[in-house]
Design a protein around this ligand. Sequence first.
Ligand SMILES: [Zn+2]
Ligand SMILES: [Zn+2]
Length: 176
Amino acid sequence: MNYDTYGSSAVELAIDLANADRDDPAWVRSFLDSHHEWFTDGTDLSLTPPDAGRVAETSGLVRDVALAESEPDVMARLNALLALASPRPYATDHDGELHLHYARPDADAVEQLTTTVAMGLSQVVVQHGWQRLGVCSAEGCGNVYVDTSRNASRRYCSNTCASRSTVAAYRARQRA
Ligand SMILES: [Zn+2]
Ligand SMILES: [Zn+2]
């Protein structure tokens, strides 16, 4: 699977958003700041509380898509997310490589974020299958991930969680 294109890397923005720690009241601002490269230069990243609420809603919807366990559920939740998007794609080479952006360059931060996330997630699902999104199997983790393995066999969000679970399973066998 080729993840070199903007469309595919946009799914990583979606995954980061779904996994953001929403307990911290300032999480939206710190999320936007740490992902500023996704926004047109000069986009105002200081959101009003209602706009921050819309970002939280998008985050929840991405997580809902990953949690869905059947194709109809994935489709319904993906379509709920897409209903919030306002795609207006354009080609750009601002970083030296020709690629597509999904939202108007002058859209506000919420519109750029929601549109990019919805389109990135949808592309992966329609091109690679609804099973490509999952929730980490490691105890106490709960992060969502996109499975880029050849045979879609991934169960953990990260190598850290995979090895933590291997060690835990080994210890459980030793005790048994
Ligand atoms: Zn770009
Ligand atoms: Zn994990």
